[in-house]
Design a protein around this ligand. Structure first.
Ligand SMILES: Nc1nc2c(c(=O)[nH]1)N[C@H]1C(S)=C(S)[C@@H](COP(=O)(O)O)O[C@H]1N2
Ligand SMILES: [Mo]
Length: 256
């Protein structure tokens, strides 16, 4: 093996050793230190592997208290989908809306809002970080994505959950979409949210259902969800690099 081949490996090994040492001191020390996030930015693949090695991605995003809530939670990106079918559903308070769940699952299912609300819920007060340079703390209530997945039973081949949204992003009608891997999908703070700040989720923030993936950046958190599709590869989506913003050049893995 040449020296050139060896050096990235050595770097990675050293990194993992250093981080492993810090882990013993607690994950908080990691996220407080300045160099750690910078290291995570040195390469998407490296960052995924490092994070996986460090935390197995079981660590929780910070949760806040009612005192920390932002005075209001702004709407960003689409504020009201320009889509006839969505508008018709909204007119009726989304009683006719259903979340379709299909793809690599043993039991494809459709869930009404009422059914999702009747399932176990989780409430979390978290900080949303948008790459455009703003953050907001909001209180979210929703059903853990893990619980929905346990009903549809992803097959062993399923590796990603794709979120198909209602809002068209261009003249040809390409809809907003996003995808996450199964570790983020099963993370306890990954919820399909139908309430924001103790009120029904407003249209501006993604009604009737939007996902919260608290260790990811804002653009991963799809609003106006219509369908979940389980796939074994990003190519199986049929177009793009796994998300609307990814198709504009953003990184697919937006975790910290
Ligand atoms: N369907 C859909 N989901 C979306 C977007 C969008 O335009 N359409 N914008 C994303 C971005 S960039 C951010 S920061 C958050 C904004 O969520 P908010 O409107 O609740 O602030 O939603 C994300 N999810
Ligand atoms: Mo964003």
């Amino acid at each position: 093996m040449s020296a050139a081949d060896d050096s990235p490996r050595r770097l990675r090994r050293n990194l993992l050793t250093a981080i492993g040492g810090m882990l013993l001191g607690g994950c908080d020390a990691l996220s407080r230190s300045e160099w750690f996030p910078r290291i995570l930015r040195t390469g998407e693949n490296l960052s995924r592997r490092v994070q996986h090695a460090v935390t197995a991605r079981k660590s929780m995003a910070q949760e806040f208290t009612e005192h920390d809530l932002s005075p209001s939670f702004r709407s960003n990106g689409t504020a009201n989908p320009d889509d006839a079918a969505y508008q018709a559903l909204a007119q009726d308070g989304f009683v006719g809306w259903q979340l379709q769940v299909d793809g690599l699952v043993e039991q494809p299912m459709a869930f009404s809002l009422q059914q999702l609300r009747a399932m176990r819920s989780r409430v979390q007060i978290t900080r949303h970080d948008c790459v455009e340079g703003w953050s907001a703390i909001g209180k979210w209530k929703g059903v853990p994505l893990a619980d929905v997945l346990s009903l549809v039973r992803p097959t062993a081949a399923a590796r990603y959950v794709v979120f198909h949204c209602a809002d068209p992003m261009d003249q040809v009608g390409t809809k907003y979409y996003e995808s996450i891997d199964m570790e983020d999908a099963y993370h306890p703070q990954t919820i399909l949210a139908y309430e924001l700040n103790d009120a029904v989720l407003p249209i501006g923030n993604g009604a009737p259902l939007r996902v919260r993936i608290e260790r990811q950046l804002g653009y991963k958190m799809a609003k106006y969800i219509m369908r979940l599709q389980l796939v074994d590869s990003v190519a199986a989506i049929g177009h793009g690099r796994g998300g609307y913003w990814e198709d504009q050049g953003y990184e697919w893995y937006a975790g910290i």
